[in-house]
Write a protein that binds this ligand. Sequence first.
Ligand code: NCD
Ligand code: ZN
Length: 350
Amino acid sequence: MEITIIRPDDWHVHLRDGELLERVARFSAYQFSRVLVMPNLNPPITNTALCLDYRDRILRGVPGELDFNPKMSLYLTDQTSLQDVFDAASCEHVLGFKLYPAGATTHSEQGVTRIAPMMRLMEEMAKHDTVLQVHGEVTDQHIDVFDREAMFIDQILLPLHEEIPDLRIVLEHITTRQGVEFVRDTNSNIAGTITPHHLLYNRNVMFSGGISPHHYCLPVLKREEHRMALLDAATSGNPSFFLGTDSAPHTRQNKETSCGCAGIFSAISAMEIYAEIFEQANCIDRLEGFASRFGADFYQLPYNTGTLTLEKRNWKIPLYLDGPDNESGDQITPLKAGEQVSWAVKAGDG
Ligand code: NCD
Ligand code: ZN
């Protein structure tokens, strides 16, 4: 059995820079035509000039024959200016600004400290149809880590949407029932991306048989009821929910340590895993909308002209992606490392 879909897009990915970029970017390019590249480098990608340089480095890091078109999100800071918004709006490669509440996740130190002073900028974004991509978690250390997304929706997103209803917002990597409800029950200017790992796992997996750093990501995995809500949303055919892997590679050295970083690397086998999830939910026919159409519709871009064929065939996801020095600290552990997956991208396609 096989299925052929319009070539998909990944609307949330971390491709990193330098040596790491050269190791990981090609995997996204094998599967996806467009990707929305997150700007949380160190230092962050805060304006269009920096972002166009970064985009060139990305293109140099992937085999030229692949149909790959990185789209960019700029890092919103307290210093972002109106000119930055105008520049972004007039660049075809930039699709929006990423709002990281300062301290919410990896390399978010330079993120936004207060929303109120940003309103003028956001009104301008709305005027230019520039999208705001949001990491939706409050950062108050007194708030339980599992409640941070729901709290962010109540305290920040609902008032923001009420104040500027024309502002188009993607709530990235939604992880809760409240995230699903917010996206579902607001107007079509609001969308949400869903990762493979939040569809696969609830929070138990981080603690089964010991602490598992390779299942630690932000926003953190939640209870089973939230996973079920995400699965329903992703497979519902509602165009407000679409694919964003949040593939976020870190080396083993940085994951398997006393204070391991957050992030799950899924680019090696993202489409295969999504296909397995949709098949198990008895709606493989809805994969194409989620992976190839709804995101393009939201970003007002044409569908890709190529196709991707997935065939039913077992293969084993590798345990590691080796590093340049062939030392274990360099290795990157992918999602479902060492496990079988029952779908495979058909060679020679795309
Ligand atoms: C991301 C990273 O490593 O850059 N980590 C993660 O857990 N998802 C940052 C992010 O998207 O929050
Ligand atoms: Zn991310």
